[in-house]
Design a protein around this ligand. Structure first.
Ligand code: PBE
Length: 300
């Protein structure tokens, strides 16, 4: 008797969940090319973590393109939440505007386009720089040399990211990539003396791109004999960790625009080893089915 009663309650609960879920699904309308985009997206741009460079660039863009009246807002969340919302919107053909960047698997997994930025707020192409602490060259010349040589291409970074996104462990994905690209990796280590038992600490932000690069570099340093510690943190502490010598280096500095503020703030307290990747890009992105939206100015 008791058992049947429970089953009955369960059936009722399921019935209402289905109604509730389908109700939510129909509440958000599909993209309508004939209606103002702003209105359709509730005047909301879907963003990521508060400290990210792309968030301050987007604040600047909203000012520059007049999206700063009381109506518009940039929603702070996390990269994981943003990409999940993006995935759901695309599944339902709904309108959405996100903070987007490449290399990132969102551009591989979904059909997205960057909105044109005629006022050049986000900067043209971004580079990702390797930044180390002052004194590293003297203290750990072998690691310094390897970090100085490290460079790869956006498509290579995307390779590692996509594997991690598909569930592979970052350490293993990095090692697989190293094995498949041993010739290139050898140019980063050629002639560098092996060390014994020296440790080194790299810091990074747990963005997919930085998880990929930091794991690759960490594994290459391990192959030189280093005991490598990698530590994830937020962007501001990341720059501070290098400036205060709490960490030895990082390969996550998106410049000149995206993290330009941090670069300026900590200038003189770090050594910039230059770009490890050319041709990154940052901006606002929408699904390609949003046919009438091609430029940030079209959002109004
Ligand atoms: N990003 C990805 C970072 C750098 C890497 C674009 C989200 C940012 O600082 O905004």
């Amino acid at each position: 008797m008791r058992k049947n009663h429970n089953k009955f309650l369960l059936a009722i609960a399921m019935f209402f969940s289905v109604i509730l879920l389908s109700g939510c699904g129909t509440k958000l309308a599909a993209y309508n090319p004939h209606e103002s985009v702003g209105k359709q997206i509730n005047y909301t741009i879907t963003g990521i973590e508060a400290g990210a460079g792309i968030m301050s660039s987007t604040q600047n863009a909203m000012k520059a393109y007049g999206l700063n009246n009381d109506k518009w807002q940039l929603q702070t969340s996390s990269t994981a939440a943003m990409t999940s919302t993006l995935g759901k919107s695309i599944k339902n053909h709904q309108p959405i505007v996100v903070t987007g960047w490449t290399p990132h698997w969102m551009f591989t997994k979904y059909n997205l386009k960057f909105l044109k930025d005629p006022k050049n707020v986000y900067g043209k192409a971004e580079d990702i720089h390797t930044i180390v602490r002052r004194g590293l060259k003297k203290d750990k010349p072998e690691a310094y040399e390897m970090l100085n040589r490290f460079n790869w291409k956006p498509a290579q970074m995307a390779d590692v990211m996509l594997k991690v996104n598909k569930g592979e462990d970052p350490h293993k994905a990095a090692n697989d990539w190293i094995k498949a690209n041993q010739k290139q990796v050898d140019t980063w280590t050629k002639g560098i003396k092996h060390v014994h038992g020296q440790s080194i600490k790299l810091t990074y932000v747990a963005w997919d791109s930085e998880i990929a690069s930091t794991n690759v570099v960490a594994n290459v340093l391990r192959s030189l004999g280093y005991k490598v510690d990698i530590q994830a943190m937020e962007v501001q502490p990341l720059w501070a960790s290098i400036a205060t010598n709490a960490a030895d280096g990082m390969v996550s500095a998106w410049l000149p625009t995206t993290q330009g503020l941090y670069y300026k703030d900590y200038k003189g307290k770090f050594v910039d080893l230059g770009a490890n990747l050319h041709g990154a890009r940052v901006g606002l992105a929408v699904p390609t089915y949003m046919k009438n939206v091609n430029s940030i100015g079209d959002l109004k």
